[in-house]
Design a protein around this ligand. Structure first.
Ligand code: SPQ
Length: 436
């Protein structure tokens, strides 16, 4: 457990114009594809958070020359599909599930052996969801008991394409198989049970790989090359989400979030908040580097509870901790179902959020695949994030409507996705202090 705590005074409102840090999912992928490409890839807007830096350092350890990041600018000197080198030791991916799952696929096709490790949270997250289908492709990956990290990947396996019906809606599993598919003989196809974020497919196309989609199935053929390109990383809608909720629940708020990625596979948080009565406008909609972006203006509005539509669940999967805070401030009951994936994130986000909400006096009942929250008041008190960045930032926003101070424990991991969170939040009106 880290020593960093957030202390929040109750009340306040959020106003002004800010740009939250770069999209974490797109930042990871820019390093991976830029490293495998031929030529020099220039990235702007890169997230200088611990998770995307773990990916960057892993590729440096495999011999890729990478300059930066400096104010979000990264220059990657691509080594081509066969140019990665044996690292000098295990690749430590910290807290980052995306790094471990995507790298499992990408590294299954290399000639050298490699070990992937992570922190206690990452070492408790399920990896069989990638190692099982990768084994069907011919990969040789050993896990710890229960299918957990560390993962030991043996080099020299010859991969063949498969047609995989994915049992859960996971962009990480889909991406892992597509990256392995780049090294496989023939066609690799993944069918998703529901649409998940499609940044891998979009970026692969940007690097010149033909990726086809037929309904819920996405396919590519191995043996090709990637051509370097420029990547502009938009601001992360998952980081913007805390402010969308905060400004919606705090009376008098009027906040604009600039250059936010609004890829339709990520906008569940906007759809759900709007259905609850939120006032969110999309301004200056434009396209940037193959991804749609907009400035989001959000003003306070009275929210009401809803049954969250099932099809929105994968499109808002990382935003539920923040949405639960919105539900606690809404009038009436909010019901979430079909979200069992939340139990295998950096923490069990259903249980940890329910525990925290209950500690703040909210009526929250966890269920096996979701939660039922009765809106009403939020009290003050102490909650723990269990080292989960999104839990810490969500409870910080709850203070805007709390009746007393809120103390949040174990907040260091906010740096995995949102370095500078407390400073930026303070700048727009949150009464937050960091304490060691
Ligand atoms: O990388 P990590 O730790 O798995 O991060 C999380 C997050 O909240 O930041 C999940 F805990 O985001 C995942 C997301 O939940 C990032 C991601 C991606 O970039 O492909 C996909 C989602 O995971 P999944 O398991 O649904 O594919």
């Amino acid at each position: 457990m880290s020593d960093l705590k957030f202390h929040l005074q109750p009340g306040g409102q959020l106003s002004g114009k800010i740009r939250v840090p770069g999209d974490k999912s797109i930042s990871h992928r820019s390093i991976m594809l830029g490293s495998l490409a031929e030529g020099v890839t220039e990235v702007s807007g890169f997230l200088q958070g611990e998770d995307s830096l773990a990916t960057l350092n892993a590729f440096r350890q495999m011999g890729v020359r990478i300059e930066g990041p400096e104010e979000g600018r990264v220059t990657i000197y691509g080594v081509g599909m066969a140019g990665l080198q044996l690292p000098d030791g295990p690749l430590d991916l910290g807290n980052s599930g995306t790094s471990m799952r995507l790298l499992s696929g990408l590294l299954a096709g290399q000639t050298f052996d490699v070990t992937l490790t992570g922190d206690a949270s990452l070492s408790g997250r399920p990896m069989r969801r990638v190692t099982d289908p990768l084994a069907l492709m011919g990969a040789q990956i050993e896990t710890e008991a229960g299918g957990m990290a560390p993962l030991v990947i043996s080099g020299g396996a010859s991969l063949k394409g498969i047609d995989y019906p994915m049992p859960m809606a996971s962009a990480q599993v889909k991406s892992s198989l597509l990256l392995a598919g780049l090294y496989a003989q023939g066609e690799t196809c993944v069918t998703e049970p529901a649409p998940t974020r499609d940044h891998t497919e979009r970026m692969l196309r940007g690097f010149g790989v033909a990726v086809t989609r037929r309904g819920h199935q996405v396919c590519l053929t191995g043996g090709g090359k990637l051509q370097a390109t420029a990547v502009d990383v938009p601001a992360d809608i998952s980081s913007a989400a805390f402010f969308l909720v905060g400004a919606s629940i705090a009376e008098g708020s009027d906040l604009t979030l600039q250059h936010v990625g609004i890829n339709p596979t990520r906008t569940g948080v906007i759809n759900i908040l709007r259905e609850m009565g939120a006032h969110i406008e999309l301004l200056n909609e434009r396209s940037s580097g193959g991804e749609p972006v907009a400035d989001l203006r959000v003003r306070a509005a009275p929210l009401h509870g809803i049954e969250i539509p099932l099809e929105q669940v994968p499109l808002a999967i990382d935003e539920f901790p923040a949405l639960f805070v919105a539900a606690a401030c809404a009038e009436g009951e909010t019901v979430l179902r079909g979200a069992e994936e939340l139990r295998v994130k950096e923490s069990d986000r259903i249980q940890v959020m329910a525990d925290g909400l209950i500690a703040l006096g909210v009526d929250a009942q966890p269920t096996q695949d979701g939660i039922v929250i009765q809106g009403g008041g939020i009290g003050g008190g102490t909650v723990t994030s269990h080292g989960d960045h999104r839990i810490a930032m969500s409870f910080a926003m709850a203070a805007l409507r709390a009746s007393g101070p809120i103390e949040i424990l174990d907040c260091e991991n906010v740096n995995t996705s949102f370095p500078g969170f407390s400073g930026l939040s303070k700048q727009v009106g949150l009464n937050i202090e960091e304490l060691k």
